[in-house]
Ligand binder design. Sequence first.
Ligand code: SAH
Length: 217
Amino acid sequence: MKLIPDWAAQRRNMVEKQLRSRQIRDKRVLHAMQTIPREYFVPPRYRNAAYTDQPIDIGYGQTISQPYMTALMAETLELDGSDSVLEVGAGCGYAAAVMGSIAKRVVSLEIVPELAAIARDNLHYVGRDGNITIIGGDGSMGYASRAPYDAISVAAGAPHVPESLIDQLNTPGTLVIPVGDRGDQELRILHKTRDGLLWNVVTQCRFVPLRGGEGWD
Ligand code: SAH
């Protein structure tokens, strides 16, 4: 007899043990991650590991972030349902699904064309593609044609903060971006307000490198 995994239970467990216990408090983020079937976003061979407390290989040298990191970034952006969001680095589309279930709309860029296609398929398969557009291409300079954005989430480690991302941010608006070297970064948050730019560091982190014009190559 083949045992069918209880995904809902695994999801609940992940939300309790990995998110709530580490002070993720935003109800919208917790609800999104309680409902989005992460098991369909990881490659089929890793499905049984979908809810583990770590990043997972999604091919092409890239990863799906640890659930906690996705939650922390989404919470940091303080999405309220009216937001226009830019994501740089869609990967398999999971974080886009989380943000898209809270925000008004999400546009997410992915530099690896195969992953852009996979992200689109995954979002369509789980019925979350209504307000999310995945665009294949370099997002290190943002995506000017849909700017300004209320929130920008960069899911790859940048050598510096691209000026164009700050330009494409609304006022008020929030940018979250890992900045550092290729291996280790600090997750920085920028609040753009009428009084100016306010920077803070959220945590230390380890993302795959940001590529492209404002990235590492
Ligand atoms: N958002 C994902 C994490 C993806 S990992 C999640 O749901 O967990 C980061 C992704 O950024 C990789 O897929 C990588 O290919 C992509 N990437 C790196 N540099 C990029 C760039 N300049 N523009 C767009 N995508 C980029």
